[in-house]
Design a binder for this molecule. Structure first.
Ligand SMILES: [Zn+2]
Length: 419
């Protein structure tokens, strides 16, 4: 009897504890959760808000300046097309060049302003990232407190997943699977997720802004080269013609002939040599060349005039047949592909000192205005082999490499063949 009573007593206590403990714990849990949620969810006030709005104002001002410059550029472009449509007189050509010079000066001014605007935007994004990071840290503290409670009832270690910054997405996946999360908490979680996403987007924006800036600085360099070219061309025309229309017409006639003759000579030479080499069959190295795949002939990839460039000063007389690469005199020039040196010409009027190399796949490359050459006619070169140095020989308004790619003897756009 006594034994049984003791057992019953103990049993009663046990049952009570079993019933009460979860209720007490759950009550405490709900109380803490509710008091956590009842607090205003902390969102960082943004310590840099003031600086960011200052930067926004400055950026707007820069953009206004850039728009004004763009309007002026349109005016010069209209002038250029107007003069281009008129008769090819010296007066006209000088007017075109004057407008081009003024336009390029504005282009440079516009790029300088754009560089400033981009730098401001970079500073702004950097501040936004700092603020964002702060918000994420605050939100994390708040969520950690909640998850400590949540972990009490669940085996999954949400806390360590949250505290590991690299696994936010894993955290979201896990926590979203918990059933019955309170609506308020869900809102907080969503906000946290948004913050993380915004932070990642800002990081990406920053790196693309930085790319934009370096591209702008490259373009600025090219514009400065173009300006020097245009000024050089104008000076050349005035010096060569002593401002006489008659002399100008003679000069233009000669230039046109020079260009045509140079082009025909190069094409004929290429054709003849290719046939001779092909006739020799598999014993000839030429017939065993690899498939042509061109590389840049200089370390610089700065383009100062394009193939068929609309801004080419003599466009009303002839098209620009190659790509001009902005390099100073004496820069190393390399063969764009393995091939056979078809021609090394010294002191020609049009191309100055130039080298033509023929490759597989009916392609040939031509390197003009060189200051020196280091290969001979009738030799093979490997891809990337040094063949000479850049200069400003022949009809050239300043140091650069004029690089031509010819397919079947006809000049084609080198940019379609370069990586
Ligand atoms: Zn050129």
């Amino acid at each position: 009897m006594l034994k049984k009573a003791k057992f019953l007593k103990l049993g009663k206590y046990h049952v009570m504890a079993l019933i009460l403990m979860p209720i007490i714990l759950f009550g405490a849990f709900l109380f803490t959760v509710n008091s956590l949620i009842a607090q205003e969810t902390p969102v960082a006030p943004g310590a840099n808000e003031g600086n960011i709005s200052d930067l926004n104002k400055q950026i707007d001002e820069q953009r206004k300046k850039i728009d004004e410059i763009a309007d002026k550029i349109t005016e010069y472009n209209n002038n250029i097309s107007k003069f281009r449509s008129q008769a090819g007189s010296l007066k006209n050509q000088v007017a075109i060049l004057d407008n081009q010079i003024a336009k390029t000066e504005l282009d440079i001014e516009g790029k300088v302003e754009e560089v400033k605007a981009t730098e401001l935007e970079i500073s702004k994004v950097e501040l936004e990232i700092v603020d964002n990071q702060k918000s994420i840290e605050d939100q994390k503290k708040y969520l950690s407190a909640f998850i400590r409670l949540l972990d009490f009832y669940d085996d999954k270690d949400y806390l360590s997943v949250l505290l590991d910054n690299n696994s936010f997405s894993e955290f979201f996946d896990q926590i979203n699977n918990i059933e019955g999360i309170e609506e308020d908490l869900q809102k907080t979680l969503n906000r946290f997720q948004e913050m993380v996403e915004r932070y990642n987007a800002k990081k990406e924006e920053l790196s693309s802004k930085r790319d934009q800036l370096s591209e702008l600085l490259n373009k600025l360099e090219s514009e400065r080269d173009s300006l020097a070219n245009q000024i050089g061309t104008k000076q050349y025309l005035i010096a060569e013609t002593s401002n006489s229309e008659k002399k100008y017409q003679t000069l233009i006639g000669n230039l046109k002939q020079e260009q045509l003759a140079a082009n025909n000579a190069v094409a004929a030479m290429e054709n003849k040599l290719r046939q001779e080499l092909e006739k020799k069959g598999t014993d000839e190295e030429f017939n065993n060349l690899a498939e042509a795949s061109l590389m840049w002939p200089t370390n610089s990839r700065r383009k100062t005039a394009y193939f068929h460039d609309p801004d080419y000063p003599y466009r009303n007389l002839f098209e620009h047949s190659g790509l001009d690469i902005g390099v100073s005199s004496g820069t190393t020039v390399r063969s764009a592909e393995a091939g056979y040196v078809a021609k090394v010409a010294i002191g020609t009027k049009w191309y100055g000192n130039y080298i033509m190399i023929i490759h597989n796949n009916n392609l040939a490359t031509l390197y003009a205005h060189l200051s020196s050459v280091s290969v001979k006619n009738d030799q093979y070169v490997t891809k990337g082999q040094i063949i000479g140095a850049s200069g400003s020989t022949g009809f050239s308004s300043g140091p650069h490499l004029h690089f031509e790619v010819r397919s079947g003897g006809i000049p084609v756009d080198p940019l379609n063949y370069l990586p």
